[in-house]
Design a protein around this ligand. Structure first.
Ligand code: GCO
Length: 450
């Protein structure tokens, strides 16, 4: 038996996102978001599910905070819905929206829990989409205005901010594959949109910094170590190219390293990069948010714009570890490897694990207990990997389980359950799962025994 220990002051947290949990989609002056529009469009979401009610956290956040307390957690990562703050994505501020997040923050602070808001977890105001969305440069300026409002309203009580959640995912799913809102498809959408998001990130960084000198600012990126699926040289090269596109496309420009040099010569033109832009995208983050679920198997391929086949999930990809219900391989070394690579490549930055978790469908047994032992095993494995990385020199300050609650899992609707808490979507009732109890013990004692 060995004792896994975490440093004193380590942040023990759980994460959610506005559209996935809040519900109240048109209450108190909230504007329509691209996710409202998308989910209300027939055929987009599994079984026609929507986030109209979701976990009803807009009305039930006291229960959410009670769960955080029951698990002894010290950090809550949630996101702010831009269309609650500016219903049309520009102009006048909706006081009721600001008031909602102010009340949430105050209640967290009163419970001794650090608020960690994300400014953008994918719910762009539909009014901005109607005039070009993330492919329009103007959206970057609108996002900076919104960031300024959030800073002005909350920075007196909130110190830690995340700007974006997973730009690589929302752009790939929403602008390349068309599976997420706003359902656009094509490299000619993805390329300019990814540059506008980088511009927005730089401008929002400046706006938040202006609201408070000691704000601690980061973004949460989707990371997944890219591993060649064979020992062929060309697969190794493909894996490295894919790493630079998926893992660092939104990090390197922010840190002054420009766009990863992996693509075609005419890239800057296709992305509509203008002179001076590489200064605007600068965002010298105080910490890097790491969202990580699994590793990605990569092989060279003649098809596809990057000459790469990348397989994070079933039926392709690696399958040495067991698979979660979402088809991802359980592979704790993925987290260790990624933390160490960031530590090496970026000079030991401060890191917060902003998401890590798994989907399993377990529900209540006859006694009402949810014995989701596979989720407990998952967190044991990834937490042990985190502790190992800290010992090896990674500066990891916190860990946030995705998710506090079972919630609306994007185009999969309510089909995938990622929560430490079971949610009955008929009644909204919440039941802490056994994995939540385990995690609560870890948070209370600063470690666990293997
Ligand atoms: C993401 C988002 C979350 C998801 C989670 C599970 O990573 O896609 O940040 O909103 O719900 O990752 O897929």
């Amino acid at each position: 038996m060995a004792r896994i220990r975490f440093p004193d002051g380590f942040h023990w947290g759980a994460a959610t996102a506005a559209y996935q949990v809040e519900g109240a989609w048109r209450e108190d002056g909230k504007g329509e978001s691209i996710w409202d529009r998308f989910a209300h469009t027939a055929g987009r979401i599994r079984e026609g599910d929507t986030g109209d009610v979701a976990c009803d956290s807009y009305h039930r956040f006291d229960e959410d905070i009670a769960l955080l307390r029951e698990m002894n957690l010290t950090s809550y990562r949630f996101s702010i819905a831009w269309p609650r703050i500016q219903p049309e994505g520009r102009g006048a501020v909706n006081a009721k929206g600001i008031d909602y997040y102010g009340r949430l923050v105050d209640a967290l602070l009163a419970a001794g829990i650090r608020p960690l808001p994300t400014l953008y977890h994918w719910d762009l105001p539909q009014a901005l989409e109607d005039v070009g969305g993330w492919t329009s440069r103007d959206t970057a300026g609108r996002f900076a205005d919104y960031a300024e409002i959030v800073g002005r309203s909350l920075a007196d009580r909130v110190r830690d901010f995340l700007i974006f959640n997973e730009p690589s995912i929302f752009l790939a799913m929403g602008y390349l594959a068309g599976l997420h809102a706003p359902g656009r498809r094509g490299l000619d959408q993805w390329l300019p949109a990814s540059h506008v998001v980088n511009l927005a990130q730089g401008l929002a960084f400046q706006a938040l910094r202006a609201s408070s000198d000691d704000a601690r600012i980061g973004s949460a990126f989707a990371f997944s170590p890219c591993e060649p699926m064979s020992d062929r040289e060309e697969d190794a090269e493909a894996a490295e190219r894919w790493h630079r596109v998926t893992n660092t496309w939104f990090l390197d420009p922010a840190l002054g390293r420009g766009y990863p040099d992996v693509y075609r010569d005419d890239l800057p033109r296709e992305m509509a990069v203008k002179s001076g832009d590489l200064r605007t995208v600068a965002a010298p983050f105080d910490f890097i948010g790491v969202n990580l679920y699994s590793r990605t198997g990569v092989s060279a391929s003649r098809g596809g714009p990057l000459g790469v086949d990348a397989n994070p999930a079933a039926p392709m990809g690696f399958d040495r570890g067991p698979r979660t219900d979402a088809g991802l391989e359980v592979w704790p070394d993925a987290l260790f490897d990624m933390l160490m690579r960031l530590t090496r490549d970026y000079d030991a930055p401060e890191i917060e694990i902003t998401e890590n978790g798994c989907s399993y469908a377990d529900g209540p047994d006859a006694k009402g207990r949810v014995n989701d032992h596979r989720r407990t095993d998952f967190h044991r494995g990834y937490l042990a990997a985190t502790a190992r990385a800290i010992e090896a020199g990674a500066d990891v300050r916190g860990y946030h389980a995705w998710s506090l609650l079972d919630n609306f899992e994007w185009h999969q609707g309510y089909h995938e359950r990622f929560g430490l808490t079971f949610v009955d979507f008929e009644t909204g009732d919440r039941t802490l799962k056994e994995s939540g109890r385990f995690y609560g013990e870890v948070a209370a004692t600063g470690g666990f025994t293997t």
